[in-house]
Design a protein around this ligand. Structure first.
Ligand SMILES: *Cc1c(COP(=O)(O)O)cnc(C)c1O
Length: 238
């Protein structure tokens, strides 16, 4: 099967599985966005996913996306979201390239992005990345940490950021059910933040679930699933 046909075919199957999971959770399928995670994927295959109806794409490295973007300019209505760890010194470049940054994990980074967005004269949507399993190896703010609290409190001063929700990558387990308590934990964190009615904080987006566990994530309230290998095939090892 050609890559073209298989990408469209993979997407159709994923959309069916997403819809079924939404129904199980008593939710409308349209309440969940499918993000195609296109890191390491060549521009022509990204364009295939776009042709098959995907509009939301996730990339994890500024440098890689800088190189690919010239071949993606024709996808005018694509939304490019940065989902990988970002160093603050790349804030300016990031604001030039991406619509959103879903991986804000420090107050320093939030401030730099705010500054860069101000200089660019735009608003930047961001998500706060939560290290829900408290893993040493992962980026993200610990749930209920002082630093998360500092960002929530600083939001009104970060006038060029639109803080719109939370993102997480839970600890890996062979059985996708193992992720359920972590997904539930992120949803509960979102509910507790929402209940505080903090100024300049919105919690519309709950970005959780990947190829391996997106159905469980949808059952636990995900509004955006980030699917890479199930669409494009397995990636070369980094
Ligand atoms: C790579 C990546 C994904 C997609 O992973 P798959 O298992 O290929 O679906 C999702 N989220 C983040 C943050 C990633 O880095």
């Amino acid at each position: 099967m050609s890559a073209t046909k298989s990408i469209a075919h993979n997407l159709a199957l994923i959309r069916e599985r997403m819809a079924a999971a939404a129904v199980r959770a008593g939710r409308g399928p349209e309440s969940i966005t499918l993000m195609a995670v296109s890191k390491t994927v060549a521009p022509e295959h990204i364009a295939e996913a776009h042709a098959a109806g995907v509009r939301c794409f996730g990339e994890n490295r500024v440098q890689e996306f800088t190189e690919k973007l010239p071949q993606l300019q024709h996808l005018k209505d694509a939304q490019w979201r940065l989902i990988g760890h970002l160093q603050s010194n790349k804030a300016k470049k990031t604001v030039e390239l991406f619509h959103t940054v879903d991986s804000v994990d420090s107050l320093t980074l939030a401030r730099k992005l705010n500054q860069a967005a101000a200089q660019a004269g735009r608003q930047l949507e961001v998500l706060l990345e939560i290290n829900i399993g408290g893993e040493e190896s992962k980026a993200g703010l610990a749930a209920n940490s002082p630093e998360l609290e500092q960002i929530l409190q600083a939001a009104p001063e970060l006038e060029h950021l639109r803080i719109s929700g939370l993102m997480t990558v839970p600890p890996y387990t062979e059985d996708p059910e193992g992720a359920r308590p972590w997904f539930r934990g992120l949803r509960q964190l979102r509910e507790s933040i929402t209940a505080r009615h903090l100024p300049a904080i919105r919690m519309d987006v709950l970005s959780m679930g990947m190829s391996h566990d997106f159905e469980v994530a949808i059952e636990e309230g995900s509004t955006c699933v980030r699917v890479g290998s199930a669409i494009f095939g397995s990636r070369p090892k980094p």
